[in-house]
Design a protein around this ligand. Structure first.
Ligand code: ADP
Length: 441
């Protein structure tokens, strides 16, 4: 480049020298110089025009014009740059095509939207699962195509830790699971899975448990009835049968509790279908359950303390909330040694209603906490033989909270005690002027 530049300078000086010499030969050296400069200016303008014309043409693949000297170097440089650019662009295009082809080959649907929700691109499976139409749906807001309130809420709240399940908008027989990821400038990538088969299997499982529990309830009631009659006439029963009778009565009571919990759980698991919402006074509910907990504690004399802070009227299903709250408070009684302290606290601030049940009982090893709400999961089975629990209590609590858009937070330390917190959304609080709608109590 340096070499080109000094060559070019030399050429310029030679040209000016020549024009000066020619001017001098005809007796007008300055006119000669001027004529030489004008000649050079004209040539430069002509080259600039060629460059502008080339830049203005839409076909970027055509080569820059040929020229000599400095302009020749500029055009060659531009040609080189353009060739590199074309190569780079076709490599990118090829890669993009491969990504699109592989996304199209996926069985799951993929949809890309911008930050508002306008659809940029989708693959073939999304075409089928969401019934998107090429041509018309490009650029449409996805909220206008999937109008289900659950989807719109999920899409707009931007908390995508958990996927959302819903029926396909245009194909009611399909059950879809949608997971959204944020990328770029709040753009969104929707991954849509067809979970119809899994959903059907889950339905079969739920129906099986529910039917079995109902079917077992009748024979068990008969057995328990006879055992009760026999216990009432225990003086007529031979002495060596009395212990067996007491054990049978205890076990049948356990089975009855288990079946009652199974039936309750399968009812709660169905979500909205069995939710009977009204206005519930959490204060009254907690006072009643704490009274029952005192009775359950009996001779163990637990100190059960209830404190209430802020509004207590919430929107919810009284019977489900009663089951959830009872399970938490009764567990605190069951897993806290005699004379232990149990604190039940209700507060309703800006974050929404929060119920905490805190005990200074046996506590739970933190490794068990993530699995506690699974059915029949017990932190340490050997220590819980005598509690008479069904192993379904916390699973019930979890589903009750899910049905009320809340969440359960457990913290505990072994040997020191546990805290179970139920956080409900602020929208569940019933404003005081809207109160005498319906009483949950
Ligand atoms: P269970 O009928 O066995 O009480 P739950 O589902 O109610 O079943 O609870 C599951 C397990 O969680 C219990 O077996 C127990 O190990 C543990 N757990 C629940 N509540 C408490 C508590 N307050 N203190 C210590 N452990 C608890």
């Amino acid at each position: 480049m340096q070499q080109n530049w000094s060559q070019y300078l030399r050429l310029m000086i030679a040209l000016l020298g020549l024009s000066l010499l020619l001017g001098w030969l005809v007796g007008f050296p300055l006119y000669g110089l001027l004529a030489g400069l004008l000649l050079y200016l004209g040539w430069t303008l002509a080259q600039t025009k060629r460059l502008l014309r080339w830049l203005a043409q839409p076909d970027t693949a055509s080569e820059a014009p040929d020229s000599v000297g400095l302009w020749g170097n500029i055009f060659d440089g531009l040609n080189k740059l353009q060739k590199q650019h074309i190569k780079h662009r076709s490599a990118l295009q090829e890669r993009l095509q491969k990504v699109q082809q592989s996304a199209n080959a996926m069985r799951d649907g993929v949809v890309m939207t911008d930050s508002r929700g306008a659809i940029d691109w989708w693959n073939g499976s999304a075409d089928y699962l969401l019934n998107l139409r090429n041509g018309t749906d490009q650029g449409q807001l996805i909220q206008n195509l999937i109008r289900l309130p659950a989807f719109i809420h999920y899409f707009e709240q931007k908390q995508y830790q958990q996927p959302l399940e819903l029926n396909a908008p245009a194909r009611a027989h399909l059950r879809l699971q949608i997971q959204i990821s944020l990328f770029g400038d709040n753009d969104r990538l929707l991954l849509i899975k067809d979970v119809t088969r899994l959903h059907q299997l889950e339905q079969v499982r739920q129906d099986f448990v529910s039917n079995l529990s109902h079917e077992m309830r009748t024979p068990l009631t008969v057995i328990s009835g006879y055992l009760e009659t026999l216990s009432d006439h225990s003086d007529e029963v031979p002495a060596n049968w009395q212990r067996a009778l007491a054990t049978m009565a205890g076990q049948s009571a356990r089975m009855e509790a288990l079946i009652a919990d199974l039936i309750l759980l399968s009812k709660i698991e169905t979500g909205d279908r069995n939710l009977h919402e009204g206005t519930v006074d959490a204060g009254t509910l907690l006072r009643q359950v704490c009274n029952d907990a005192n009775a359950l504690s009996g001779g163990k004399q637990h100190r059960i303390e209830l404190t209430i802070d802020g509004p207590t009227q919430i929107r919810g299903d009284l019977s489900q909330l009663r089951s959830g709250v009872s399970n938490l408070i009764f567990n605190a009684v069951k897993y806290t040694p005699a004379q232990g302290q149990i604190r039940v606290h209700w507060s309703a601030g800006e974050q929404g209603p929060l119920l905490t049940v805190e005990d200074n009982g046996i506590g739970i090893d933190p490794t068990h906490i993530p699995r506690l709400t699974e059915r029949f999961y017990r932190a340490d089975p050997s220590r819980h033989k005598d509690t008479g629990g069904t192993g379904l209590g916390l699973a019930i609590v979890k589903h009750v909270l899910l049905n009320h858009d809340g969440q359960l937070i457990i913290s505990s330390s072994l040997g020191k005690g546990s805290t179970f917190s139920c956080q409900f959304p602020a929208q569940r609080i019933v404003a005081s002027e809207a109160l005498p709608l319906e009483s949950g109590q």
